[in-house]
Design a protein around this ligand. Structure first.
Ligand code: AMP
Ligand code: ZN
Length: 472
């Protein structure tokens, strides 16, 4: 069965053809590990996981690479050229008084837990940018040698006028980009074109106090040994080349990456490797909260922990994500998550109550397969599940076998029975005392009892259904 995907390069649905039969090489731009990721970031990860599982359902062996950006991502990167803004890692170091490496490790650990709780399969490779500095330098050297890049006292830049297809992904006019947001504030007067972007920053000028720097073969009168750090965009070009080769099948990321980050990746990789870069570019739309862009300042940058603290299972959020097409905006509200949790729990309970040893209902499997192969129509796939449940011509055992087959893509852990936690008497007593304290609004006592319970190895959470405990 054909797989069709909307390719941002052609702005149309195309039939997927792999470079190598039976294999898919896929790169997903990963998180900047300087802070907690919000549920919008989680939507992007779940979508990439669904694309990957869709390929697996079609029998492909998928090599998924998702990086961690642990250096060089400036706050101006998403809105303009890469030489503006503050370094995100430096911001985190000042906030938390840890080293850049400790910050990265802390947020990588949280992120891994978060995406595992959404049942996303671990990437085949998850490299850290700081482990690929030599590869980045080699790419930049190639670009300098082939006159696609030049040095000023402050940085090595990619010269966009040397790549005639620079705007092919975005379809934008270079003239509009040049006058766009983010250009001209802290720009280097030696830059040849306003849209030229930095491949390597020297530890000088605005970056004289950069915390993470390496020697390089590039030269500036302002630093010894070419000391500096890579631009953000070159990271993905280096890591994708290492794991997937100069040309690979699928590249994913959020839509905001189309005009800058991915446009720059294409320019660098194509010119440095003298090869076509990526065949299919897939971009996910954003998650909104209460109809608006998510923002820390608005208190809407919810995390998985926020979801759990309110008594929701992360997999209810996965179910919620399945209901929208990846190329559409999706609006998150607590009401919609409540509705998703209700539907998810009902689905899981219904499937688990059904007998085993059925066989897959072919006609439904074909329908489901067509849905997911049609540009990842997850909402249609989910509707197929509920239609099957209503069909009285299919036995319960066959329904179960069929839905568990679909769950290879949906990833909702529909057959997983929650592990029964044995709660010792001492904990039960403390829980009742805590319930009484909370009823009396004695929150100091309630917090003390929470700590007592923690000492016995249990974590208590206050949910809509009262107190729940899990093993710590
Ligand atoms: P960042 O850590 O900011 O570089 O973002 C990590 C990933 O999350 C990127 O691929 C973004 O495209 C994606 N992303 C950021 N905000 C949202 C959102 N509101 N909805 C969906 N994806 C998002
Ligand atoms: Zn990237």
């Amino acid at each position: 069965m054909n797989i069709t995907l909307t390719n941002t390069l052609s702005r149309s649905k195309e039939v997927f053809k792999p470079i190598t039969d039976g294999k898919v090489g896929m790169y997903h731009c990963g998180p900047t590990v300087y802070w907690n990721q919000h549920i919008g970031n989680m939507r992007a990860v779940v979508i990439a996981d669904l694309v990957r599982r869709m390929f697996m359902y079609n029998g492909y062996d998928v090599n998924l690479v998702r990086n961690y950006t642990d250096v060089g991502h400036l706050t101006g990167d998403n809105i303009g050229d890469a030489d503006t803004g503050e370094d995100r890692m430096t911001k985190a170091v000042n906030r938390e008084h840890l080293t850049p490496d400790e910050i990265a490790q802390k947020y990588i650990d949280i992120y891994k837990n978060d995406i595992a709780s959404l049942n996303t399969l671990p990437p085949t490779h998850d490299p850290r940018a700081t482990d690929f500095i030599a590869d980045m330098i080699a790419l930049v050297q190639e670009l300098v040698a082939s006159d696609h890049a030049y040095m000023t006292d402050h940085a090595v830049y990619f010269d966009v006028s040397t790549y005639h297809d620079y705007t092919k992904l975005s379809g934008q006019q270079l003239a509009n980009l040049e006058s766009g947001e983010g250009h001209g504030s802290v720009t280097d007067s030696d830059k040849r074109n306003p849209t030229d972007f930095a491949l390597w920053f020297f530890k000088a000028g605005a970056h004289a106090n950069a915390l993470q720097t390496w020697p390089s073969p590039f030269t500036s009168p302002l630093v010894a040994n070419g000391e500096g750090f890579p631009g953000w965009h070159i990271e993905c070009s280096a890591m994708s080349k290492h794991y997937l080769g100069s040309t690979f099948d699928v590249h994913m990321g959020g839509i905001e990456h189309i005009p800058i980050h991915h446009t720059n990746e294409i320019a660098q990789s194509t010119c440095a490797n003298h090869a076509h870069f990526v065949n299919y570019w897939l971009h996910n739309e954003h998650l909104l909260v209460d109809g608006k862009k998510m923002a820390k300042s608005e208190g809407t940058s919810y995390t998985i922990k926020d979801i759990e603290d309110k008594g929701f299972e992360p997999l209810s959020l996965r179910y919620f994500f399945l209901q929208a097409h990846y190329r559409s905006k999706q609006n998150f509200t607590w009401e919609s998550l409540t509705a998703s949790q209700t539907a998810y729990r009902k689905l899981k309970a219904t499937v688990q109550a059904m007998p085993d040893d059925g066989v897959i209902a072919d006609s439904y499997q074909v329908l489901f397969h067509e849905m997911i192969n049609d540009d990842l129509n997850t909402a249609g796939a989910l509707a197929t599940v509920w239609e099957l449940l209503k069909n009285s011509d299919v036995s319960d055992a066959d329904k179960k076998a069929t839905i568990l087959d679909f769950d290879r893509v949906l990833g909702l852990k529909l057959d997983e029975v929650a592990e029964k936690v044995e709660i010792p008497n001492a904990v039960t007593e403390l829980l009742s005392a805590r319930e009484a304290a909370r009823a009396n609004k004695d929150f100091k006592k309630s917090d003390e009892l929470r700590d007592e319970i923690a000492k016995l190895g249990f974590i208590v959470k206050d949910t809509q259904d009262g107190q729940t405990v899990t093993k710590s």
